[in-house]
Design a protein around this ligand. Structure first.
Ligand code: PRX
Length: 665
């Protein structure tokens, strides 16, 4: 990596004009075409969306109204009166459309030789079987099913089985702890939990069902647990089993009464489709609710235009299905389009740092969607790993989760994209359901580090704190003015929080919580979260959640958590901890506290640095000044701005000294 590439995002001037797609039927072929679509979508918003959904989806009965929206309450309804089923759209109709024998899913397990492919017909049959298993155990329309699973095909099958019968899935990332699983299962009152004996990760076998057993000690709603045998723990006598509750996936799927067909339940457009918990700036994670017609329309719309998915593509999104990216862009978006989608169980670095490139070459991947943190990590490993593989099949590259720094963008562009392939940097959120701001790969000129322009249909703006429009280049709050089909429809069981988090501060607008600016060309530059949420390797963590985990430890009096810049992860977690008076600040306790957080929330929440602090910088009214803590965490030793409201300004120098002692820098 040469020094000249390291240019900050503030003065990034480079522009990469799109080259031809090399395929016929590119969806949006020029900037002009994008502009025409965008203009149309703003002038005749409802007409635009009615047309898109009818082009993309199969409705059992047509909708009678495109949009009924009240952004104040808020009460948003798309495609009222229409009925459809997501599994029908992702599977059944493809059998009629000549895709019966087309590969729907290519699964690459962590061991190189573990590869399973499913045609659309095979996937359809497995999904029907599991839908019948769920029905057998009493799951009906509207019931919640929790999925706590590794990246194995059974996860995709379980999702589609739920939506086939109208059950609402709630996927909990397998890296979350027993306690995190417990709070999510309790909140949504799931009746069934699907899990696996273990997760395979970097050559290790990590028990998973054991966490589920622990979690379910206080989840009375769960009647059955379906367990996939991934690692053979039962054969080794390493699995606890509850006869009255636990069921083996493989046994249930092959029972005589389980048929390979199952009627789809027609769903109202606004029937809930799934719940996905995400961290917020306060309290426990929120159960973001997405509904049927609007979500699928939006997932398919954005997948088609942003990735330019064609019939012949082999599409791979490297996210975990436990996050929204996997929901929308491994399963629902690509499958609604009848694409071939790749699912990978492992990690980029195991057994060697060319694992991703090996997979690209092995399956001839044409569209590749990953996270900046992965690119930065692989960049470090050197070019020998990319040069070993033929990456010529790739035609579109994407990123998601955090701003991509221009040097990582250039590396991706030059070494993976051979200086030619477009990179779509996609800005969106769990709540938005799908990609909101991104380049269309063969239409939009690219600027490294910018998510570029809003998708047609998306009225994204930057506003000041008082809600007025910001000027070009003036940083402000990123908001969305018009409703769009993929937007969240609620926070499960908490209408108050739904309104106050997203629709209160700026009346009649959706507040994203991100800061951004728009340049003179209308390009969006995302600046990061404006609230107390940090972004670790593209994963959202609420600082309040980590703080409450820390103060739950018997030795801790007070804790404050902030983000600090990290060269690979983007941000990492920095925790300041004040112990109770009688406790001693030891290395052992520091280690215990980090392990504690890991156990309470999951490995992704482990503080990178945990500093003991006699006192935290507080105002006279007792409010912690996080601004100062962020500065100290990032290594600042001076220039703390206005500190006149601090009750005791000497706290700062003590904290700076403490940090220096701890980190040696
Ligand atoms: O801060 C933004 C950041 O990730 C947040 C959303 O996180 P989550 O709901 O977990 O969804 C992640 C995947 C969609 C946003 O509020 N973010 C996401 N994508 C980008 C981004 N920041 C900058 N550029 C992006 N492309």
């Amino acid at each position: 990596m040469s020094q000249h590439n390291i240019i900050s995002m503030q003065d990034e001037q480079r522009l990469f004009t799109p080259s031809p797609s090399g395929v016929t039927g590119t969806h949006i072929q020029s900037l002009k075409e994008y502009e025409t679509q965008y203009k149309r979508s703003m002038e005749d918003n409802e007409g635009f969306w009615a047309e898109r959904t009818n082009e993309l989806l199969d409705w059992f009965s047509p909708f009678t109204s495109v949009l009924d929206a009240d952004m104040d309450t808020p009460d948003i309804r798309w495609f009222s009166g229409g009925t459809l089923n997501v599994a029908h759209n992702c599977l059944d109709r493809h059998l009629e459309l000549g895709r019966k024998d087309k590969t729907a899913l290519i699964w690459q397990g962590e061991p190189e030789e573990d590869v399973v492919t499913y045609t659309y017909e095979e996937l359809y049959e497995e999904v029907c079987r599991f839908a019948n298993v769920l029905k057998k155990y009493g799951i009906n329309k509207g019931d919640r099913v929790a999925l706590y699973m590794p990246m194995i095909p059974e996860l995709t099958i379980a999702m589609l089985a739920c939506v086939r019968i109208g059950a609402v899935h709630s996927i909990v990332f397998a890296g979350f702890s027993a306690l995190s699983l417990q709070s999510r299962v309790m909140d949504c009152e799931a009746k069934v939990l699907v899990t696996a004996d273990a997760v395979l990760r970097s050559g290790r076998v990590i028990p998973l069902k054991a966490n589920a057993d622990e979690a379910l000690k206080s989840c009375p709603s769960v009647e059955h647990v379906v367990v996939v045998d991934r690692a053979g723990l039962a054969e080794q006598d390493k699995l606890e089993w509850h006869n009255e509750r636990d069921l083996w996936w493989h046994q249930e799927m092959r029972q005589n009464d389980i048929a390979p067909y199952c009627e789809c339940v027609p769903m109202e457009s606004e029937d809930p489709l799934f719940i996905l918990y995400t961290s917020g700036s306060t309290g426990k994670p929120k159960g973001v609710v997405h509904t049927t017609g609007g979500y699928l329309t939006y997932a398919a719309h954005s997948a088609q235009w942003v990735f330019d998915i064609q019939e012949s593509d082999v599409y791979w999104c490297t996210a975990d299905i436990g996050w929204i990216t996997g929901h929308s862009y491994i399963v629902y978006g690509p499958m609604a389009l009848g694409a071939t989608t790749v699912m990978f169980e492992g990690v980029p670095s195991y057994p060697s740092p060319d694992r991703f490139w090996n997979i690209v070459e092995k399956f001839g991947v044409t569209i590749f969607y990953t996270a900046p943190t992965v690119i930065r990590a692989l960049m470090r490993e050197g070019l020998e790993w990319t040069q070993r593989h033929d990456l010529s099949s790739l035609r579109v590259l994407g990123t998601v989760g955090e701003p991509i720094n221009p040097e990582a963008w250039m590396w991706y562009h030059e070494n993976i994209g051979k200086g030619e392939r477009p990179i779509v940097d996609t800005w969106w959120q769990t709540e938005t359901g799908g990609i909101m701001i991104a380049a269309l790969p063969f239409a939009t000129p690219l600027k490294p580090g910018s998510a570029t322009l809003p998708l047609p249909g998306i009225d994204a703006r930057i506003v000041r704190a008082d809600g007025t429009d910001a000027e070009p280049n003036e940083g402000g709050h990123l908001i969305i003015r018009k409703p769009w089909p993929g937007m969240l429809r609620g926070v499960f069981n908490d209408p108050e929080r739904y309104k106050s988090t997203y629709f209160e501060r700026f009346p009649k607008m959706y507040e994203s919580g991100d800061g951004a600016r728009v340049d003179d060309d209308g390009y969006f530059w995302i600046m990061g979260r404006l609230d107390d949420v940090i972004n670790v390797s593209g994963h959202r963590m609420g600082t309040a959640e980590i703080e409450s985990a820390l103060v739950a430890h018997p030795t801790v009096a007070e804790a404050a958590v902030v983000g600090m810049p990290h060269p690979i992860k983007g941000e990492s977690i920095y925790a300041y901890v004040t112990l109770k008076a009688e406790e001693e600040e030891t290395e052992e306790l520091r280690g215990q506290l980090r392990t504690w957080v890991r156990k309470e929330i999951g490995p992704i929440a482990t503080p990178e640095i945990l500093q003991f602090a006699e006192e935290l910088p507080k105002t006279r009214s007792g409010k912690i000044m996080r601004r100062i803590l962020r500065k100290i965490a990032s290594g600042s030793t001076g220039d703390f701005g206005d500190t006149s409201t601090l009750a005791d300004p000497s706290v700062i120098s003590e904290l700076v000294e403490g940090r220096t002692e701890l980190t040696g820098s």
